[in-house]
Each structure stands twice: as C-alpha cells, then as structure tokens.
Design a protein around this ligand. Sequence first.
Ligand SMILES: [Zn+2]
Length: 340
Amino acid sequence: MKKTVSVLLAFALLLLSAVPAFAETPSIDLNPQHKSASFGAYKHVFIIGIDGAGSFFERADTPNYDRIFANGAINSHVRTEVPSDSGPNWASMLTGVSYYKHWIHNGNSGEEQRDSSTRYPTIFTVVRRAMPDAELASFVNWGNVNFGIIETDVGVTEHQNGNDDALTDDICAYFDAGNAPALFFVQIDGVDAAGHAHGSESEEYYNAIHEADGYIGRIYDALERNGLMDDGLFIVTADHGHTIAGGHGRFSKRESFTTIAAAGKTVVPGGKLDKITRDRDIAAIALFALGVDRPFAMSARLPGDLFEDACGEPRVHAKDPLDAVISAVMGIVTLLTPDR
Ligand SMILES: [Zn+2]
C-alpha cells in the first residue's frame, strides 16, 4: 500500500513538472538555416554584376579579383537561366525564381515597372519587409534593372550612369559619403559590349574584363576604407558569357556558364560552391547572409561549400516543375553543343 502511494505520488509529481515544461516550450524552429552561425552574420551584401563576363574571369588578367577572392569561394561553372540573356538572369538573381516564373526579359524590363505587390518580389522587397529602415541601393549602367526589375515602391536608392568608369566614381563617392546599405547591387556593362563586338576569344574581350577588374578593385577598396567589409559579403557574378563569334542567349558553355565568387568572414577559403549552383541562388545567399527568411516560392537554394558552417540545401523542383524539366534537357543540350 505504501509502495502504491509513493508510486502514485511520484507519477503525480512527474505530471506536474511536465506541465510547465510543455507550457514554456516555444514552437519548434524547423528552419535548418537558423542553426547556422552564418545565418545573419552579415550586415551588408554587395552584389557586383559584370554583364557578359560569364565564366571568363580566370582567363583574363584580373589582379583585383585574384586578391579579393584569394581566401574566397568561387564557382565558374554556374548555370544561367534558359535563355542566357541579361533580363532573365539579373531578374532571377534578384528574385530567386526561374525565368518561367518571373517572365522578365530585355524587352519588358524596359517598358513595364513592378511594385511590391508582385508574386515574385526581388530580394530588395524581401529585405525591406524585414528591415524597414535599412538603406538599400542599386547602381547600374543598364537602366532596365532599376526600371523594370527592382520594385518601385520599396525605397531603393537607384542610380544609373551609362559610363562604367563614371559609375564606379559614383559608387565610391556614395560609400565615402557614409552610406552603409544592407543590400547593394551593381551592373557594369563594358564587357558585354566587347563580347558582342569581338567575341569571347578576342583581345578586346579580355581587355574589357581587365578593365572591369579595375572597377571591382575600386569598389572593394571603397568598402574596406569605410569599414563595410568587416561585416560585408562581397559577391562578383555575371549574367551570361559570349560565343566565340560574339553574342549570347542560347545554350553553349561559353554563353550559359557563369561565375559566382564570394568573399566574407565566414566564406570557406578555396570553397567551390556545389555543382548544382545556379545564378538565381545569389538571392538565397544574400538573404541567408542578412538573416532574412526566404519567401516560400523561391527555388533558389543555399549552395554547399560556400559558408563554413552551412550545408548545401537540395533544390525543391516541385516549386517549379517547368524549370526543372527545361533545365535538365538544356543541361544535356549544353554538354552536346560543340564549342561555339
Ligand atoms: Zn547581359
């Protein structure tokens, strides 16, 4: 009898102690990103887009690129969107969805503006929702990015200059004036012009990449001298490459492979980003670095071998079956297409 009472008492005590334990347990955080120390480790993300440079940085004389990413992570076999054009790719990098979701191309990005009611917002809108007071900015040579890709109603500081050298001056002046944006996008245009005119085997093309490397160096140095790289993630990328004859839009390796290079305090030195990385994954990388949750619709994912403490995520093809099929078929077409 004594034994029964003590068992009952012990049971009652156990129940009582469990009640407050359950009551205090917060809802379970199922987002694996939150377990990584790199999630939200950055105050600033800088995305420097070199239009038309594709996978060719390493074949040019690029002393600044080399020094900036000496301890960074680089993948120069990143698949672009299908088609390998500017509008679709800058839009995918900024929205984290495929061309078959956002349908932004060179034509309509110069004609139609977007606002934050869009179904597939850019990371500018996503960051704005999470950080109402943050400075966000986009400095471009090709005006379509600011006109027809980035939303008009989320308070992004926008600037356009049709001369890359002068644009770089404007960027450096912006940082030297004390601006410290959470998200900053740049589009430099000269390499694309050289690619169209002379093709991707020409001296002119590699000279243009060398020139762009000078702009990359000047921008990076402006960030360093203003203390913005202490908590900054610096990304260099391109929207597509060029054929030997010059031009892009189709599926050869020269057109449809591009580069993501990243430098920052938690970036894996010598990291390669995994093989399934797409240029649209820049959207996921930027949000992850800033500690902002991704919109559910994004098929962008965090590549592996990029941040020291974060695993690569699978790509959820169910979010975009049309892109999954087209990308798989066109990936094979790329492998079968002779160098052109
Ligand atoms: Zn382009």
